[in-house]
Design a protein around this ligand. Structure first.
Ligand code: PCA
Length: 199
């Protein structure tokens, strides 16, 4: 089974993004061929780079990972919405205020990952986890929307399982006081479990 995993470069003044660090540290579970892609926090580029990689390799599954600073659990995302509206610009200065990702696209796309099973297995392993009902309105949501649109529209990707998982901050990024953190090993273990759930 071929699985593509992505994480993000740092953004918003941070010098570290645990999403990419966790993906980078992940070992391919038995029977899984794993490819990893580090994506820029840029609305226009992240989904395009992902879809380009998918066209070249056609994975069976795609798990995109991003940081959700302030969350205390691993949160598999249920839905991507057709909006860009964060209070900070992306890493190239794009700063949309409520614009649609795709003016002709549907309001939302639902995940194609088994998020209930993933969440349950994470909890069984003692990892704090919860399904999230919003991936936000920033570059992570934008990437998830682009991924699910490609799966919905391109016949090549018809059977691809795909979706997004947000992870909490870790101490390596030196978060502001009071921001919940999980150990980096826990993030890596959580992604391992998520990938194994797809087998
Ligand atoms: N988190 C941001 C973008 C990149 C990342 O790791 C988000 O949640 O949109």
């Amino acid at each position: 089974m071929k699985v593509l995993m992505t994480g993000f470069e740092p953004f918003d003044g941070n010098s570290f993004n645990p999403s990419w660090a966790a993906v980078e540290a992940l070992q391919a579970p038995e029977g899984i061929e794993l490819r990893k892609l580090r994506l820029p926090v840029v609305y226009q580029k992240a989904p395009a780079l992902l879809v380009e990689e998918m066209r070249g390799w056609v994975p069976d599954a795609v798990i995109c990972v991003g940081l959700a600073d302030g969350r205390s659990e691993i949160t598999p995302e249920r839905v991507a919405v057709n909006a860009m509206d964060e209070t900070i610009p992306d890493n190239e200065g794009a700063f949309p205020h409520g614009d649609p990702i795709d003016p002709d696209g549907p309001a939302a796309y639902m995940t194609r990952l088994p998020i209930h099973t993933i969440t349950q297995r994470l909890r069984e392993a003692g990892i704090p986890a919860k399904i999230s009902n919003t991936a936000g309105v920033y570059v992570c949501n934008n990437l998830m929307y682009g991924l699910l649109r490609a799966i919905a529209e391109e016949p090549l990707f018809r059977d691809v399982k795909g979706g997004f998982i947000h992870v909490p901050a870790t101490k390596e990024m030196d978060p502001a006081e009071g921001v919940p953190v999980l150990p980096m090993e826990t993030l890596v273990q959580a992604l391992q479990i998520a990938v194994e759930t797809l087998k």
